[in-house]
Design a protein around this ligand. Structure first.
Ligand SMILES: [Zn+2]
Length: 609
């Protein structure tokens, strides 16, 4: 049965008590607020339409969905009616998504216990793939070789105590409660209460499999929104587990990204018991993110029509051939556009958006103060994945979502961007081979084999040197202490975060557990003090950039700062649970707090310097 494929096998049954965790957004102070304000101020006309854009754009993407639209008119009068409706809508969702192959990313941290900091990452694992939501939910990995070796390493390391095998698919299993048998014959549904989740009023039900319903049935709680009666959150596990095995606990969230449907978006998994005397030492936290629902299936035929070849003649003055230098620049731009388009089409790069403008404002601050005048403007884009990486192709700087998340402030963001700006200024362009369009014709899941932007050590060194020069002339010159602190925090965690520090397209920030990027700044600033609650050297993952799983658009998260009460609240580079603020499709929600005023008074990193 499929259940055996999805399960985690352990020779010892782990005890399943969940360790108490901090809220996901507790550390999220507003990022790069200067840049964000600058971006908004400089584009007052553009920012309002940009916010409305997702709503306007989505119906265009939704016609396929509309064919399977669940009936909206039914108004239930009893709880039995409600149960019938959400069962019906769950099957409607499964059918609507059956031809989708979204990207699914799982980042997992195995935990050990630190008396001061609590559970801390001891080692980590990363999985990235496309998930086929069809008849047999399946997951095809981008990282086949690396994944295999990671699993082998894990098995080797754990063999003495017990054998653990993480199946990437296991983490994405809870996209549905039960793909085949979610009905009254297999489950009992017990109404618990009403509850608001974000802006959405929900009915809460406990779900238990009936006796003899078979192995691997959903056991837990579901939240059902009270207008369309769709499941918006599932929390629990699967039961009963086969002998010598067990299922993860999962907390699965859906977002109302298209009319009538709540689409699986985030899944948090956690196991571990650090109470005194607990026998089982297996403990981990994992975040699974799903996006790219609206991507075309990655076949070669499709891509032939998707590739945009920019017209070379548009770029040169009329009636005149390009000079050799002009031709070289146009060629590089063609390569850059090819790569950017290909990464967007493959679901790895966010379409152009608000976050890019914030990044570009920071780059602009560096350029202006260093009198950098390039023939073409530098652009910045967001890689949608978690591993900490940056790279540049032509005049485009790419920075990963995970890296933006963990940076404590705008100065640190400027520091990582300045390294790539230095490559551009120094002419370290690696991408020009991608001006040949045949090099863009590959399947999405081989992106990492077909694209790469790694520099030789000499160029890395030169870029770091130039970057520090830029920073010292920039508005960030007085704030480099926080960059130093960030690098120290990264160094402290680097040996345990090999997967997070394994880059897939650009040069790594660290090699063999030692941070190499901008190493000259690592001595800057005060000593790292884990106990000091107001010293925020790095943030947890997931607190800054929010990605729309349907259209891949990225935006900055607006969260109210939460006061930290202990060193355990800091959780640098760590995985935390998801608590997205749910809202109905088409409603613009007010942020939890005004980001500008909150950030100004409470940004701990700012007060630190
Ligand atoms: Zn570099």
């Amino acid at each position: 049965m499929r259940t055996t494929k999805w399960m985690v096998t352990a020779a010892l049954l782990a005890s399943l008590g969940a360790a108490a965790q901090q809220e996901a957004n507790s550390n999220s102070s507003a990022p790069v607020r200067d840049a964000s304000q600058a971006a908004q101020a400089s584009q007052p006309a553009a920012s309002a339409p940009a916010q409305a854009a997702p709503a306007a754009a989505q119906p265009v993407n939704a016609p396929q969905a509309a064919t399977a639209q669940p009936p909206a008119a039914a108004v239930p009068t009893t709880m039995d009616d409600v149960v019938n409706l959400f069962i019906q809508h769950e099957h409607g969702l499964i059918k609507m998504l059956a031809n989708r192959t979204p990207i699914v990313e799982t980042y997992l941290q195995n935990l050990s216990f630190d008396p001061q900091l609590g559970p801390v990452p001891a080692e980590d694992h990363y999985f990235l793939g496309r998930m086929d939501m069809g008849e047999n939910v399946d997951r095809k990995d981008y990282l086949r070789d690396e994944e295999k070796s990671m699993q082998q390493r894990l098995m080797g390391g754990f063999q003495k105590l017990y054998k653990v095998q993480y199946q990437p698919l296991g983490f994405s299993w809870m996209v549905y409660a039960d793909r085949t048998d979610f009905d009254r014959n297999h489950y009992d549904f017990k109404y618990v209460r009403r509850e608001f989740v974000g802006d959405v009023r929900c009915l809460v039900f406990d779900v238990t499999p009936k006796k003899d319903a078979g192995r691997g049935r959903f056991l837990g709680r579901i939240w059902v929104e009270d207008q369309g009666f769709n499941i918006v959150r599932l929390n629990g596990t699967y039961y009963p587990a086969p002998r010598n095995s067990y299922f993860f606990h999962m907390d699965s969230w859906r977002l109302n990204l298209i009319p009538g449907y709540w689409v699986p978006s985030f899944i948090y998994s956690e196991e571990g018991d650090f109470s005194a005397g607990a026998k089982n030492k297996l403990a981990f936290k994992a975040q699974t993110r799903i996006w790219g629902y609206d991507l075309k299936k990655g076949g070669k035929d499709n891509e032939l029509t998707q590739i945009r070849v920019d017209s070379v003649t548009d770029e040169t003055p009329a009636n005149q051939d390009a000079s050799p230098l002009q031709a070289e620049r146009v060629w590089q731009q063609q390569a850059e556009d090819n790569v950017v388009d290909r990464l967007v089409n493959g679901g790895l790069l966010a379409p152009e958006g608000d976050v890019d403008r914030i990044l570009q404002t920071v780059v602009n601050n560096l350029e202006v103060t260093n009198n950098i005048d390039l023939p073409r403007p530098v652009r910045a884009r967001v890689l949608l994945t978690s591993p900490l990486e940056t790279f540049s192709v032509g005049n485009t700087i790419v920075i990963s979502r995970g890296l933006i998340d963990v940076l404590p402030d705008e100065a640190s963001l400027a520091a990582v961007l300045s390294h790539e700006l230095a490559h551009i200024v120094l002419g370290h362009n690696l991408g020009s081979k991608y001006a040949f369009n045949d090099r863009m014709l590959f399947n999405d899941d081989t992106t990492y084999q077909n694209l790469g932007f790694r520099h030789i050590p000499e160029e890395e060194e030169a870029a770091d040197k130039k970057a520090i020069e830029f920073l010292k002339n920039s508005p960030y010159a007085q704030k480099l202490d926080s960059v130093g602190l960030f690098l120290k925090a990264l160094q402290q965690r680097a040996p345990a975060l090999n997967a997070l520090l394994t880059t897939h397209l650009g040069n790594p920030l660290a090699a063999n557990g030692t941070v190499t990027r901008l190493a000259a700044l690592a001595t800057q600033g005060p000593a790292l003090d884990n106990a000091k609650v107001d010293q925020i050297a790095a943030l947890p993952l997931g607190g800054r950039v929010k990605v729309n799983p349907w259209d891949d658009k990225a935006e900055m998260v607006k969260t109210a700062p939460v006061a930290m009460t202990s060193a355990r609240d800091k959780m640098p580079f760590e995985v935390t649970p998801f608590f997205p603020r749910l809202a109905r499709y088409g409603t613009t929600t007010a942020p939890a707090a005004s980001p500008n005023t909150a950030a100004a008074s409470n940004n701990p990193a700012a007060s630190n310097n």
